[in-house]
Design a protein around this ligand. Structure first.
Ligand SMILES: *Cc1c(COP(=O)(O)O)cnc(C)c1O
Length: 435
């Protein structure tokens, strides 16, 4: 199964190369030319999760890993549950797909664990086959949750260093503590700027071929195709948990920032998963909803919102969705965009609270989008991308409640923050990386 560079189609690589390179030439994203179609969907949906996930990944990665390697990766990646939580909704059945039961309480744990486990299988194999220096440096920008997921997934892995860039003062303190307190092979840098500045710095580093070579530079952002592949599986998991009638008209609302999660959902649909249509729900950083409306790609300055992990105005993964549309694999009419205001987000959280469900701003953005759009006879899923306690202060303010801290957060809240501060300056960053 070859992956093509979407900017330079002459470059094609296998999955194991794509995962190591992150980005292709000219900062192009890797993507398969054609998503294969899985057969016997009913049978697949009835299977145990482990077996089904192995089949899905095998279809996507070709022979890049042996059976033994793939089994090990799948076992370690999907060791936490995916839960469907029903809400009583007036218009139709609505479910929250809870993806936050992993070690850092956000869906990004799936992508980070899958990537770390694949890379560690691949690099072990290379070190067995040759004695060359096989050092890898993972450079990642985070709007909050990626940093924690990646840091936890790679913490303590041999031969892999991790550097996480995050926008200074723009993510919650508890979120920050989940990755800045680890130390060892995890270094963290607070950048004076927005997430888009961090993302730009990462891309600039990848433009420097010498730097890439000498550090074995790689990215764990959702520009890395492995992250998205990991997320494809939980869409199957979700649909598999629905009844056969519910499955017929499923609408999925995805709270979107960099659009990796939505891309994974669309890949799942292309693989044959019965999803009727998607809703791309954003906060005020609404480049995609405006683009779907007007056909004009006009990113604005990034603004800060309650759903800060989605404060992205230049979503990296959009070219992948665009490619699925232009290559005729996905019908653009099956995607609606909606931009959700701060007050609508808070209102959606309160509506869920009235139904006995405590949620947080990211899921609430998707819930609002779903509620606006769902019609009679449809079953709605909205993705619960993070545990409410990760956004403790806004959840407590909006819902007038007190949230206990889960053990995962309680363990880090009093530890020292080991991050360093830096201007959004590429030369300063390079010097730091080479130190
Ligand atoms: C990263 C993140 C998102 C956005 O996901 P994308 O794949 O970047 O669109 C949404 N919610 C939470 C809680 C996140 O951490």
């Amino acid at each position: 199964m070859k992956l093509y560079n979407l900017k330079e189609r002459s470059q094609s690589v296998n999955f194991d190369e794509a995962i190591k390179m992150g980005l292709g030439r000219d900062q192009g994203l890797f993507f398969p030319e054609k998503i294969p179609r899985l057969t016997n969907m009913d049978e697949l949906l009835r299977m145990p999760v482990f077996e089904r996930n192995v089949i899905i990944h095998r279809a996507l990665i070709g022979d890049a890993l042996t059976d033994e390697q793939l089994n090990a990766v799948v076992e370690k990646t999907y060791d936490t549950p995916v839960k469907l939580r029903p809400l009583d909704d007036k218009k139709g059945a609505a479910y929250c797909l809870e993806l936050f039961h992993g070690p850092t309480l956000a869906f990004k744990d799936f992508g980070a664990k899958y990537m770390a486990n694949c890379l560690s299988q691949i690099s072990n194999q290379i070190s067995k086959e040759s004695s060359s220096n096989n050092k890898i440096t993972i450079l990642t920008a985070t709007s909050g949750d990626t940093g924690a997921a990646v840091a936890q997934a790679f913490y303590g892995l041999e031969n892999i260093d991790v550097v996480v860039l995050f926008p200074k003062g723009k993510i919650s303190e508890l979120q920050q503590k989940m990755f800045t307190t680890l130390g060892e092979n995890i270094r963290t840098v607070a950048i004076d700027g927005a997430f888009d500045d961090c993302q730009k710095l990462v891309k600039q580093c990848f433009d420097d071929a010498k730097l890439v070579q000498s550090l074995g530079l790689n990215s764990a952002n959702s520009i890395n195709i492995s992250r998205l592949y990991a997320q494809v599986c939980y869409y199957f998991d979700a649909i598999g948990q629905l009844s056969e009638t519910e499955r017929e008209n499923v609408v999925v609302a995805v709270p979107s920032g960099n659009f990796g999660n939505l891309t994974a959902g669309i890949i799942a649909k292309c693989l044959g998963l019965p999803i009727k249509r998607f809703i791309a729900a954003t906060n005020a950083n609404d480049t995609v909803p405006r683009y779907l409306e007007t056909g004009q790609w006009q990113p604005n300055e990034t603004v800060e919102t309650l759903s800060n992990a989605m404060d992205v105005s230049q979503p990296n993964n959009w070219p992948r969705i665009e490619y699925l549309v232009t290559s005729g694999q996905f019908d653009a009419d099956l995607l609606n965009g909606v931009s959700v205001t701060e007050s609508q987000t808070a209102e959606a959280m309160k509506q869920m609270q009235q139904q006995g469900y405590i949620s947080e701003p990211h899921a609430a953005v998707a819930y609002h989008g779903l509620n606006q759009s769902l019609v009679e006879g449809e079953t709605g899923l909205f993705l619960g991308t993070a545990h409410p306690a990760k956004f403790k202060s806004s959840v407590e303010d909006i819902l007038s409640i007190e949230l206990p801290l889960p053990a995962e957060i309680d363990a880090v809240k009093d530890k020292a923050d080991l991050s360093v501060s830096m201007k959004a300056d590429i030369d300063a960053l390079k010097t730091y990386l080479l130190r």
